[in-house]
Design a protein around this ligand. Structure first.
Ligand SMILES: [Zn+2]
Ligand SMILES: [Zn+2]
Length: 352
């Protein structure tokens, strides 16, 4: 056993506090990772407020984890000590069901999430706001050399959450894609869709995001989504609309008519409120209304490789993990450009 040190939540709506715990021993299929960086996902904030109502305290959030392997189990041949690796949203599944056997293990009914979840042995999982994690190597990704650790971290949740549905439903060159919302997920959606050759339109309520969306993220068009008349002008123009907004429900009766016949509306953001819509526009244009959950471990590896090849990386703000509560407060106010990544202090070499 070794000690992990970082930050934990001890109750609902209270700041994270310094926390240490003994990690499990490294079993034959496991690797131990010295965590160097961890992205802050919006769902971490939802968890800190216990919005899903199933918190297991103490809770160590974090599921966009990058670090170096410091120990490998006796059966592990794919990784060696020193490798730079990543861990995303889940760390165990049944391995046998129809989803696990077809590279769709994010839909396994016996999934163990990276934090706030129970492992098959009954112990609680702790995430990447601590500096050490021990996981089964089958849920670990290799990080391509040309992506920095801070830029790689958000690819393991925000990146794959957009890449996986775009791949599944076949976004390709020439498609017209609309991205609803320009936050952590949305900005990855823009970058990935542009790299796939699509013509990309951003729908955002923030006029101050326009310049960067066009110049830096390379979106082709920017539409202020609260200008309903401007939005309506785009009727029948899109092959895909991807909703990344998680704060509130959107007006589907406004957006569905923007799609072409045989097109797809994809939900990746989850709003606390229910959506309502009129069904007729779906029927008359054979439009599919679909959802997608993160991506599999294989999808994450593909996302990393696609991003490595196409120079797609998230825009991040890096803070030392000692400032984790500042990051959370700013995320709460949407004051982030576009993803926070916290950095653990360098490890002190052991003297034997
Ligand atoms: Zn996430
Ligand atoms: Zn399964």
């Amino acid at each position: 056993m070794s000690t992990a040190t970082g930050f934990a939540s001890l109750s609902s709506n209270t700041p994270l506090v310094p926390f240490s715990y003994n990690t499990q021993g490294v079993l034959e299929n496991d690797v131990a990772i010295r965590v160097t960086h961890c992205g802050i996902c919006h769902s971490d904030l939802h968890h800190l407020k216990n919005e899903f109502g199933h918190n297991l305290w103490p809770m160590v959030p974090g599921h966009e984890i990058i670090g170096h392997i410091v120990e490998v189990g006796s059966s592990v041949t794919k990784f060696k000590v020193g490798d730079r690796v990543g861990v995303g949203c889940y760390i165990n599944t049944c391995g046998k069901c129809e989803y696990c056997s077809t590279k769709r293990s994010q839909y396994c009914g016996r999934i163990t999430l990276t934090y706030n979840s129970k492992k098959p042995d009954g112990s609680t999982t702790y995430g990447g706001y601590c500096d050490r994690i021990v996981v089964d190597h089958n849920y670990v990704n290799t990080i391509p050399e040309n992506i920095s650790s801070e830029e790689a971290a958000p690819l393991l949740c925000a990146g794959v959450t957009l890449y996986s549905p775009m791949k599944h439903w076949g976004v390709k060159s020439g498609h017209r894609v609309g991205i609803l919302g320009l936050g952590g997920l949305g900005h990855m959606g823009v970058k990935l869709a542009v790299a796939m050759g699509a013509e990309v339109t951003v729908f955002s309520t923030s006029p101050n995001k326009k310049e960067e969306a066009l110049r830096v993220l390379k979106a082709h068009h920017f539409v202020l989504s609260n200008d309903v008349e401007e939005v309506k002008k785009l009727r029948g123009s899109f092959d895909f609309l991807i909703n990344t907004i998680s704060g509130a429900a959107i007006n589907l009766d406004l957006y569905i008519p923007l799609l072409k016949t045989d097109s797809t509306f994809i939900f990746v953001g989850v709003s606390p409120e229910a959506h309502s819509l009129h069904i007729a526009p779906l029927i008359v244009k054979r439009i599919a209304l679909v959802g997608s959950l993160i991506g599999s471990v294989e999808d994450s590896q593909e996302t990393l490789e696609f991003c490595s090849k196409n120079n797609v990386v998230p825009m991040v703000e890096v803070l030392p993990i000692s400032e984790i509560n500042t990051a959370m407060e700013r995320l709460e106010r949407n004051d982030v450009h576009y993803r926070f990544v916290v950095k653990h202090p360098p490890s002190v070499p052991k003297v034997n």
